[in-house]
Design a protein. Structure first.
Length: 251
């Protein structure tokens, strides 16, 4: 993270909160937030995911954590998403979760079941004083999930994968891994991220606000987006800001 103060984490532990990201934004609004603040809760009443979805946050069952970043310069959202998602993946692999696939843009899957989600947010970003909140939700101890959630999509937890770990210990693993990913060279980071999606060199379908495109995925870059080889032999770049979904063609 260029020009940023060293990342020293200050962990604030909460019992039950609306949302750890909401607690982070409240501290930011009050002018009390510091670079590296971490809000960690046992449970959330209004845990939220991407696209306004609800994040199941039963007390003691999952890791619910939000990290405040106040870098000296604005950061590319794609860089932050990749760094946070890969740091969580590194931590989960350290915990014994085995191979985890990144599902665009920031889900971690074990097999085809969702284990974790990452949500990067900022509100009224002032480029002169940028702020970001990295929200991380990991399913840890759940043996079962609400039936409506399981009906919507395949979900799993570390407990279901046979891994016993406390959310607090897992949080430490994530915080150990995050600084290195945030300090990564953007090119190396994007290459690692692409490798973790399993889509390098595959035929993919990219959904964008301007329609869908298909092609062979040649490259991923935090600033130049996706590079596709099209069926007619031409190549096309797709900026990441307009990509809403990316998956193997036919999936
Ligand atoms: C997603 O997959 O849609 C992202 C889920 C992010 C959930 C985490 S839990 C901690 C933080 N607080 C929230 O309300 N959401 C994020």
């Amino acid at each position: 993270m260029s020009g940023a103060a060293p990342l020293r984490f200050r962990v604030v532990e909460h019992e039950l909160v609306d949302s750890t990201s909401e607690r982070a934004f409240a501290e930011l609004a009050a002018g009390r937030a510091r670079h590296g603040d971490v809000h960690l809760a046992r449970g959330q009443t209004q845990g939220r995911g991407r696209l306004g979805r609800r994040w199941e946050s039963a007390p003691g069952e999952g890791l619910y954590m939000s990290i405040v970043l106040l870098p000296a310069e604005a950061m590319l959202p794609a860089f932050l998403t990749m760094a946070a998602t890969l740091a969580v993946r590194d931590a989960l692999i350290d915990a014994g979760a085995g191979e985890l696939v990144v599902k665009w843009p920031n889900d971690l899957l074990a097999g085809d079941a969702k284990l974790c989600g990452v949500l990067i947010e900022s509100r009224g970003l002032d480029p002169a004083r940028p702020h970001y909140v990295i929200g991380i939700g990991i399913n840890v101890g759940q043996r079962s999930f609400p039936p409506e959630l399981e009906a919507e999509r395949a979900v799993t937890s570390l407990a279901r994968l046979g891994i016993a770990i406390e959310p607090r210990a897992l949080a430490e693993l994530v915080l150990e891994r995050l600084p290195a990913r945030l300090a990564s060279d953007p090119r190396a980071l994007a290459n690692d991220f692409l490798a973790a999606t399993g889509l390098a060199g595959e035929r993919v379908r990219v959904e964008t606000g301007r329609g869908a495109r298909t092609g062979k995925l040649l490259e991923l870059s935090t600033d130049r987006g996706l590079l596709l080889a099209l069926a007619d032999g031409a190549t096309a770049r797709v900026p990441l800001e307009i990509v809403s979904a990316l998956a193997r063609e036919g999936e």
